[in-house]
Write a protein that binds this ligand. Structure first.
Ligand code: URA
Length: 434
């Protein structure tokens, strides 16, 4: 078998066999197949798609490219969550300690920013000292002793995804149903959780642009997970506008911390509640949504969720001096408030445009070796449905470069559309699958 023939077969719209997929994934993981061939293959998959069977085979080949963890030595039942990627999506930072504070262990391997969409690991690294790379032993110890762990993918867990993920980010091959499904589920299978809640984003700021596409992605991921004996549910959630108000690594971490202290933006907290409810139900801690909501509300109001957050972060190396109120996170040099250019209702707030602007400010990567600026980003004062008077604050830009700030201002103003008439807020969640 030769890699070039497999690339050509997919380029021409052929269906790859299980053996061909395994050959390609194993060869790429070992380094026998170089990045340039993997990039061509990923583009062929992006353009031609894959059948459900190919997607399942790809996911399993990627999951078995390294070790499959057994978490039961650390906890009898572990739950995980994963987002397919959006803008302002800091859900894990709130939900992981929140669910853990209700007595359900959360063990999660997260990713870095991908294209216009941010990554949890980058956000967590804005906390001085937080240790993203953990060995399997460290992962298990943290899970056993603290009931919550969020780490990077260790080199021996789904290494094929680790390599492909970074390659896709810089080869315009992210927004592909089979590539996203296999990326997410290979990690989830390898990292060993018993139950997984998938947060499948849909809209302008998501890789899936229509509810139909998001449902198709959710269904295949649920099928793959259940096929290997995991409990899986998918929440299809809106990503036409950013989630919450902050976009950018340290800014989002600060927003999630404020939410854990009971002062989060309403849409963000509600979204986290929906995801956390599903985790508690799948984990057998709550009978139904209202029981789960009661537990979560009590954990938040009593301060237990915040205490669990502090325990998690400090146990994973984070400097406790950072966790002040407000937190001591990286701060940009230039902070500019942008006033509304007119009066009216906000009719649209293009999440993709906002995400790309955050990348332009330095919050994301253009090449996989790039380092990012944790301090930059934007905080939105007004979102869809809000009425704003001309001259009132519309948003605040955090930048470290005057030119980029000016460019960002222009892009962000263009991301808003206006209406004279009242505008309904978009739904937060479309449906739950599984
Ligand atoms: N999240 C992942 O883990 N992989 C993707 O491809 C997209 C989002």
């Amino acid at each position: 078998m030769r890699a070039v023939d497999i690339i050509a077969k997919k380029r021409d719209g052929g269906e790859l066999t299980k053996e061909e997929i395994e050959f390609f994934i194993q060869g790429y993981t070992r380094g026998d197949i170089p990045d340039y061939q993997a990039a061509a293959w990923a583009m062929a998959v992006y353009l031609r798609g894959m059948s459900n069977q190919e997607t399942i085979n790809l996911t399993l080949a990627m999951a078995h490219s390294g070790r499959i963890l057994d978490l039961h030595q650390a906890a009898p039942f572990v739950v995980d969550k994963h987002s397919t990627g959006g803008v302002g999506d800091k859900t894990t930072i709130m939900v992981a300690p929140w669910v853990a504070s209700c007595g359900l262990p959360v063990g999660k391997m997260s990713g870095r920013g991908l294209g216009f969409s941010g990554g949890t690991l980058d956000k967590l690294e804005s906390i001085r000292g937080y240790k993203v790379p953990l060995s399997v032993e460290e992962f298990l110890t943290q899970l056993r002793d603290h009931g919550v762990v969020v780490a990077g993918q260790t080199a021996d867990l789904a290494p094929a995804d680790g390599k492909l993920y970074a390659l896709r980010d810089v080869t315009a091959t992210v927004a592909s149903l089979p590539l996203i499904a296999s990326s997410v589920m290979s990690k989830k299978i390898a990292s060993g959780a018993d139950a997984i809640v998938l947060d499948v984003k849909v809209g302008k700021g998501a890789f899936m642009r229509t509810v139909e596409e998001a449902v198709a992605l959710a269904q295949i991921m649920v099928e793959v997970g259940q096929g290997v004996g995991r409990r899986v549910r998918a929440v299809i959630s809106d990503m036409n506008q950013p989630l919450g108000r902050a976009v950018g690594n340290a800014l989002e971490t600060a927003e999630a911390m404020a939410a854990l202290r009971g002062r989060g933006p309403e849409d963000f907290v509600e979204h986290c509640l929906v995801v956390a409810e599903q985790m508690l139900i799948l984990g057998g801690k709550a009978e139904d949504k209202s029981a789960a909501r009661r537990m979560l509300t009590e954990a938040l109001e009593s301060g237990r969720a915040w205490d669990k957050f502090v325990e998690w972060i400090t146990a994973q190396g984070g400097d406790p001096d950072v966790l002040t109120d407000p937190p001591d996170l990286p701060r940009a040099r230039l902070i500019e408030e942008v006033p509304a250019p007119r009066s009216g209702y906000i009719a649209g707030l293009d999440a993709r445009q906002v995400g790309l602007t955050a990348v332009l400010l330095g919050a994301g990567r253009a090449k996989k070796e790039d380092t990012i600026d944790l301090s930059v980003g934007v905080v939105l004062a007004a979102k869809i449905g809000d009425y704003v008077e001309k001259g009132q604050p519309l948003l605040t830009i955090h930048a470290n470069d005057e030119h980029r700030l000016a460019e960002a201002r222009e892009h962000l103003l263009a991301a808003y559309t206006w209406s004279e008439e009242p505008v309904e807020r978009p739904p937060l969640v479309y449906q739950v699958i599984g």
